[in-house]
Design a protein around this ligand. Structure first.
Ligand code: FES
Ligand SMILES: [Fe+2]
Length: 466
């Protein structure tokens, strides 16, 4: 007779029988050169440092398991080279920055920012060395006080991914960088796990953000060419509050406002942060992000730009800097994702209904990595005709009182409407997009829900050209 769920008896006090080994997800956890995931991650631009961290001396850093040196030369350009000199391997963190490039301290070889060897001063003038070899080098882009690098094959280097939230008018972008001593996936997956919010951030040890997060959200995930977005909705009195989240593979995410006032109607509020989760190596990770500060999305100015920077940001529980007892009493995201261990084992988990987003993300990552192994390059976020790449991160709040038996379905239908409004307007610049979204969603505020069912279950893809 087949076992039913009711006649399986879990064994209590079964510690002895539980498996002790913790196999690692080799395909997605390893990020170094020549690993499948490392190859995949190297197809994308990643932020690696804040501009403010780069002083007048070179800095040894590690990115995707590679030891590198980064410096700003005397002309102001940034170089990102392999740490160890092409001659005999001295570390270029002890190099001397020049007008254009850097000079190794040991025998004075001089490198341009693209890795060209400019001088080998101890060699005869006829020495072919400088024409024969190159120092490993990577291209960088500095944008709004974040430094981005591309560590992949030059032949398939994508354009720098300028997202719409990076060019918002009247917006101040303040960058931050925070280290977590654990595998990148643990940090990254957190943003595809909206169900931790009512527990970790609200019910378990008190409200860390707002009491309104205590209710379980109604979530609809949508898969796109570049990854995912999802609608994350709650009823708050007469309002339906829809938070929109981006999660582009491999490691980009944006969520709604950090400090939200749900008591008023809002159309197309934008993301409180734009974030990348960047592996340092297999067991260390940096979050690099911008917090956005503007009057439109934070009219009460609850955000604190002065608390955002190296090792810190202005919202709860993102770093390990608090006293241990306080972290135990009121743990935040950092405690949750780090406490899974240096590299968590998926085989030891018991995924449940709230983990659908995690399962989708893992499946997609695996698919992308396996495709690349077969020679199929991943889709990358690319600006079209100079226009920024559309995203959805941010909040829309509509006044739609409860007026049907099935309020959950009403909320889901409103979410579909919001998703349709956001994606259909992806080709428009900020102000025009806002107007178009408002035009489309405004009837809902007047209680007109007659036209909202057609988008239910629709597959959404961004309209990116007019
Ligand atoms: S080790 Fe760098 S110049 Fe010799
Ligand atoms: Fe969280």
């Amino acid at each position: 007779m087949a076992e039913s769920a009711t006649n399986i008896q879990p064994i209590t006090f079964s510690g002895y029988y539980q498996p002790k080994d913790r196999p690692v997800e080799e395909l997605t956890a390893r990020v170094g050169p020549d690993t499948p995931c490392g190859e995949y991650l190297r197809r994308f631009w990643h932020p690696i440092l804040l501009s403010s961290q780069l002083g007048k001396r070179p800095l040894a850093i590690r990115v995707l398991g590679e030891d590198l040196v980064i410096y700003r030369d005397l002309s102001g350009d940034i170089g990102l080279l392999h740490l160890h000199c092409a001659h005999r391997g001295a570390s270029l963190e002890f190099g001397i920055v020049a007008e254009h490039g850097i000079r190794c301290c040991y025998h004075g070889w001089m490198f341009a920012n693209d890795g060209t060897i400019l001088e080998t001063p101890g060699e005869p003038a006829t020495s072919p060395h400088k024409h024969r070899y190159c120092q490993g080098a990577y291209p960088v882009v500095e944008y709004q006080d974040l430094i981005f690098a591309y560590l992949g094959p030059p032949e398939v280097r994508p354009e720098f991914p300028l997202f719409d939230t990076m060019v918002m008018p009247d917006n101040r972008m303040v960058p931050y960088i925070i280290h977590s001593p654990c595998n990148w996936q643990q940090v990254s997956e957190n943003s595809m796990d909206p169900f931790h919010v009512p527990f970790l951030h609200t019910r378990v040890s008190g409200a860390q953000f707002s009491e309104v997060f205590a209710e379980l959200p109604i979530i609809e995930y949508h898969e796109t060419a570049l990854g995912f977005f999802y609608t994350n909705a709650r009823r708050v009195g007469d309002f339906i509050w829809v938070r929109m989240h981006d999660h582009l593979v491999p490691n980009f995410s944006q969520n709604g406002a950090i400090f939200e006032n749900v008591g008023k109607v809002r159309y197309f509020g934008r993301a409180g942060l734009t974030r990348w989760v960047v592996p340092v190596d297999d067991t260390n990770t940096f979050v690099l992000a911008w917090r956005h500060f503007n009057d439109r999305d934070d009219p009460e100015r609850m955000g604190r730009p002065e608390d955002v920077g190296v090792g810190k940001t202005d919202f709860y529980g993102q770093s390990g800097g608090r006293p241990y007892e306080e972290r135990q009493d009121q743990p935040g995201d950092y405690e949750a994702w780090c406490s899974l261990g240096p590299i968590t084992s998926h085989a030891r988990e018991h995924l449940a209904t709230t983990d659908r987003g995690i399962a989708m993300l893992r499946r997609r990552l695996k698919h992308e990595i396996e495709n690349l192994q077969k020679g199929i390059e991943p889709a990358r976020p690319t600006p079209r005709d100079g226009a920024a790449i559309p995203t959805v991160g941010g909040d829309t709040i509509l006044r739609v009182p409860k007026n049907t038996e099935d309020d959950t379905q009403l909320i889901r239908d409103v979410c579909s409407e919001v998703a349709a409004a956001y994606t259909e307007t992806g080709h428009l610049p900020d102000a025009a997009r806002r107007e178009a979204i408002e035009r489309r969603l405004a009837p809902l505020n007047q209680g007109d829900i007659s036209g909202i069912n057609p988008d239910r279950g629709k597959v959404f893809e961004f309209k990116t050209v007019a």
